[in-house]
Design a protein around this ligand. Structure first.
Ligand SMILES: NC(=O)c1ccc[n+]([C@@H]2O[C@H](COP(=O)([O-])OP(=O)(O)OC[C@H]3O[C@@H](n4cnc5c(N)ncnc54)[C@H](O)[C@@H]3O)[C@@H](O)[C@H]2O)c1
Ligand SMILES: O=P(O)(O)OC[C@@H](O)[C@@H](O)[C@H](O)[C@H](O)CO
Length: 381
C-alpha cells in the first residue's frame, strides 16, 4: 500500500508517517524543506523517541520523500498511484498543495477508478472538506465527476503533542506517548482497509470539537497567558498555579458547551480535562509558548478554538469570560518572528483594538462577546 504524505514536519514524521509505516504503507513524504527531503531520500528511515520515562525509540522504515518545489511532476505521479494521501502542513498551507493534488487526481481518474482517500490531518474543523474545495477548484468538470465516484476526502481529528525539534539528527523527532487519530468513516469509500491505531467514527463532530476546544483551546490559553507572564515554555507556564487555574476555567467553559451539545458524561469529561492538563505538564517535553501560540489570526478566526466555543457558549446562555480572556491574550501575543502576530499588532495599531477584533473574529463591536474581549484586554494590557 502506498501513501503520499504532505508535510515532513513534526506531526508528519512524529505521528502520521509513523502510524502509516507501522500499518504497512510505503510512505512518500512531500515537503518544501530540501534538507528533510534529501535526508529521507538517502536514509529511507528516521527515529521517533517517546517522551516518557523509558525514552523508547522506534525507527520508522520504508519511507522516502519528494520536494513539492522541484519534484511536482513526480508528486502528481505518486498521487496517481497512491492508496492514501494525507497532509500535515498547516491548514493555511492547503491552498498551496491543492494544485499538485488536483493534478495527481486528474491523472489517476483518467485511467483508474481505484479508491483514493485524501485526509487533511490539520487542527481545523472540516480540514479535508476545505482541501476538497481547493482541489476541485483546480480540476476540470470531467475529472471532478469521476473523482466524486472514487476519491473521498474524509475529515479527521489528530492529537499528539509534538514540540519544535532541535537534534543533531534533523529527522529525529521526540513525541509524547499519547496519540489519537479519528477519521469520519461516513465520508469514506466502502470497503476501505482500516489503518491500525486509527479510530473510525460515523460522526466526527463531537470528537473534533472535543479535541480542538479542549486540547487546543487549553493549549493556546496557556501559551497566551504564559507569554504575558514571561514564560518561554508551556511546562513553565503550567507550573504557575494561578495560570493553570485560569486555563482550567477556560476548559470548564468549553466543557459546558461540549457536554450540553454532545451529551458527554460530565465526570468523564472532567477526567478528559485532567488528562490534558497533565499532558501539557509532561516534564519530558519542552514545548515553546511561541509554537503553541503561533498564528494568532488563525486561532482567533471564527471557526477556530477560541471564537467558536465562545460564540456557542453565548448562544446557549453559558459562560465565556475566561475564553474572552484568552482571546485578549492572543491580541497581546507580540512574537516578532510570527508573521500573523506582526499583522495583528499592525492592525491593532492602525485600526484600533475594537475594529481589529471585529476584523479577525467576525464579532460585531456591539456583541456581548466582543465587549467581554475588550474588558479582558483592558485588564491584561
Ligand atoms: N505539532 C503538534 O503537536 C500537532 C499536533 C496535532 C496537529 N498538528 C497540526 O499538524 C499540522 C502541522 O503541524 P506541525 O507541528 O507538524 O508543523 P511543522 O511546521 O513541523 O510541519 C509542517 C511541514 O509542512 C511543510 N510544508 C510547508 N509548506 C509546504 C508545502 N507547500 N508543501 C509541502 N510541505 C510543506 C513544512 O516545511 C514543514 O516541514 C498543523 O496543521 C498543526 O496544527 C500539530
Ligand atoms: O498546531 P496549532 O498551531 O494549531 O496549535 C498548537 C498546538 O496547540 C498543537 O500543535 C498541539 O500540540 C496539538 O494539536 C496536540 O494534538
Amino acid at each position: 500500500m502506498k501513501a503520499v504524505h504532505f508535510g515532513a514536519g513534526n506531526i508528519g514524521r512524529g505521528f502520521i508517517g509513523l502510524l502509516l509505516s507501522q500499518a504497512g504503507y510505503k510512505v512518500c513524504f512531500v515537503d518544501v524543506n530540501e534538507a528533510f527531503v534529501s535526508q529521507l531520500q538517502e536514509r529511507k528511515e528516521y527515529p521517533v523517541t517517546l517522551a516518557s520515562e523509558g525514552q523508547e525509540t522506534v525507527v520508522v522504515k520504508n519511507v522516502t520523500a519528494l520536494s513539492s518545489v522541484t519534484h511536482a511532476e513526480e508528486v502528481a505521479a505518486a498521487i496517481a498511484e497512491a492508496d492514501l494521501v494525507t497532509t500535515a502542513v498547516g491548514v493555511t498551507i492547503l491552498k498551496h498543495i491543492a494544485g499538485v493534488v488536483a493534478e495527481g487526481i486528474r491523472r489517476r481518474v483518467a485511467v483508474s477508478s481505484a479508491p483514493l482517500h485524501v485526509i487533511a490531518c490539520e487542527n481545523a474543523i472540516g480540514g479535508s472538506a476545505q482541501l476538497k474545495e481547493l482541489v476541485y477548484a483546480k480540476l476540470d468538470g470531467e475529472s471532478c465527476a469521476k473523482a466524486e465516484a472514487s476519491v473521498a476526502f474524509p475529515n479527521a481529528a489528530v492529537d499528539r503533542i509534538v514540540p519544535l525539534q532541535q537534534h543533531e539528527d534533523i529527522l529525529k523527532v521526540v513525541v509524547e506517548p499519547f496519540y489519537e487519530w479519528v477519521i469520519d468513516s461516513s465520508q469514506m469509500i466502502p470497503g476501505y482497509v482500516p489503518v491500525e491505531g486509527v479510530h473510525y467514527v460515523d460522526n466526527l463532530e463531537p470528537y473534533i470539537e472535543r479535541k480542538l476546544f479542549t486540547v487546543n483551546t487549553g493549549h493556546c490559553s496557556a501559551a497566551y497567558l504564559g507569554y504575558l507572564r514571561g514564560y518561554e515554555t508551556i511546562q513553565q507556564a503550567m507550573a504557575d498555579e494561578a495560570l493553570t487555574a485560569q486555563v482550567r476555567e477556560v476548559l470548564e467553559e468549553t466543557g459546558a458547551v461540549l457536554i450540553q451539545k454532545h451529551g458527554f458524561d460530565e465526570a468523564q469529561h472532567s477526567r478528559y480535562i485532567d488528562k490534558i492538563l497533565e499532558r501539557f505538564r509532561n516534564p519530558a517535553l519542552t514545548d515553546e509558548v511561541s509554537r503553541v501560540g503561533r498564528s494568532p489570526l488563525r486561532k482567533l478566526s471564527p471557526n477556530d478554538r477560541l471564537v467558536s466555543p465562545a460564540m456557542q457558549a453565548y448562544n446557549r446562555g453559558l459562560g465565556y469570560t475566561a475564553l474572552t480572556r484568552s482571546m485578549a491574550g492572543a491580541l497581546l501575543f507580540d512574537v516578532k518572528d510570527d508573521p500573523e502576530a506582526l499583522e495583528l499588532q499592525a492592525a491593532v495599531a492602525e485600526l484600533g483594538t475594537e475594529a481589529a477584533v471585529t476584523k479577525y473574529t467576525g464579532i460585531a463591536a456591539d456583541h456581548a462577546v466582543h465587549q467581554s474581549v475588550m474588558k479582558e484586554y483592558a485588564k491584561l494590557k
